[in-house]
Ligand binder design. Structure first.
Ligand code: GLY
Length: 375
């Protein structure tokens, strides 16, 4: 019997399992398709500054702690596995297409500055100095040196290797329900009817967490799926690198981001729609992403469209994750990371591992208790 069962082998579940196993804990992770859902679709931006929203101060503190934790986390993973963890510390350039877009960008930059975040407002010409392939019509930008990116697919592959090397048992099955004894979680039931008992359960099933059986209705975290369509383009040798940094653009009021990978891949994202668990890629989503990408980066027309894919962000009513105690003894949440799952991977794993080790949620995790939703 393992000490801990983790439900879900996305980045959050895998990293948490790895951290616990490094502490000597016996861990099993259950997932029918490890790493193949939201963590596979994401673009992998580490964007605490460029994705900051008015009034989300606790989330900003957690996001900043995690962007700071990424280099050591990646270094440890790489040392253990000999594989790249996919971290690229290149900074991010936000750009505005027309003057109205620039006034929005300026307002956000003022807010970021007031929060003490490092941002530098640039003219259109200075933005193009940093990224020469940007459209000549780009009216200005904001340079954000602290926002980076991770090749999420590389991170998943490396974490899968790390959990394997650390002795974590990977059970390729869907968990249908949490097994309880009174008000205590004691194990999970799998879709083939088997059960796995453990001293502690961690639910890291992203947008599927709220569908887990066996949990009283009033304790289910309010996590819902928010669909995002993402494109992967290939930059031909002749145009490489099309971009040096992550570029986020506001183009005629629409938002798009372009995340370059060293191998010539350019990830373009993302739409945001509330359609339940629907992961069909719609023509309108692809159209909108390409329309906005080519407005700011005209060479987009010359790139090969390699993949269009949709994933489900695990969203909560306040856009922040749900971490720690669930209201059932021995069941912990590690879910609801919405737009920040890749970013929040190291800090979530650290917070959950500490909670298991000490029995207490560390201070950093306290604003993210499910109890804030009246649970
Ligand atoms: N963080 C990017 C997204 O959710 O689209």
């Amino acid at each position: 019997m393992p000490d801990v069962v983790v439900i879900g082998a996305g980045l959050i579940g895998l990293a948490t399992a790895w951290r616990l196993a490094s502490d000597g804990v016996q861990v099993a992770v259950c997932d029918p398709t490890p790493g193949a859902q939201t963590s596979n679709v994401a673009a992998g931006m580490l964007a605490p500054v460029t994705e900051v929203e008015f009034g989300e101060d606790d989330l900003l503190a957690l996001n900043l702690a995690s962007v700071k934790a990424w280099p050591a986390f990646a270094g440890e993973l790489e040392e253990l596995t000999g594989q790249a963890a996919g971290l690229h510390q290149t900074g991010t350039l936000s750009v505005a297409y027309d003057v109205d877009d620039m006034s929005v960008l300026r307002r956000v930059a003022d807010y970021q500055s007031r929060l003490g975040l490092e941002v530098e407002v640039l003219s259109g010409r200075d933005a193009r100095r940093r990224e020469p392939m940007l459209a000549t019509g780009v009216s200005g930008g904001v340079w954000v040196p602290g926002d980076h990116s991770v090749d999420n697919r590389q991170a998943v592959a490396t974490l899968l290797r790390a959990v394997e090397l650390s002795g974590v048992e990977l059970i390729r099955r869907r968990v249908t329900r949490v097994i309880t004894s009174g008000a205590t979680a004691v194990g999970v039931q799998l879709d083939n009817g088997d059960t796995v008992h453990a001293g502690q359960i961690i639910a890291a099933a992203g947008p599927w967490t709220s569908q887990l059986g066996g949990i009283p209705e009033e304790l289910r975290p309010p996590v819902r799926p928010v669909k995002g369509e993402v494109l992967r383009l290939r930059v031909p040798e002749a145009y490489r690198p099309a971009l040096h940094h992550t570029v986020r653009a506001t183009a005629r009021g629409f938002s798009v981001y372009l995340v370059p990978r060293p191998g010539g891949e350019l990830v373009v994202g993302a739409t945001s729609t509330e359609l339940g668990y629907d992961t069909r890629v719609l023509a309108g989503g692809v159209f909108a992403l390409l329309r906005d990408a080519r407005t700011v980066l005209p060479v987009t027309d010359e790139l090969e469209l390699v993949e269009s894919i949709a994933g489900l962000r695990p969203a909560t009513p306040d856009n922040a994750p749900v971490l720690g105690p669930s209201g059932l003894d021995r069941l912990l949440w590690a879910t609801g990371h919405y737009r920040n799952g890749v970013l929040l991977t190291p800090v979530t794993a650290q917070v959950l591992a500490e909670t298991v080790r000490t029995g207490t949620l560390p201070d950093l995790g306290k604003p993210f208790l499910a109890a804030r939703f009246g649970h």
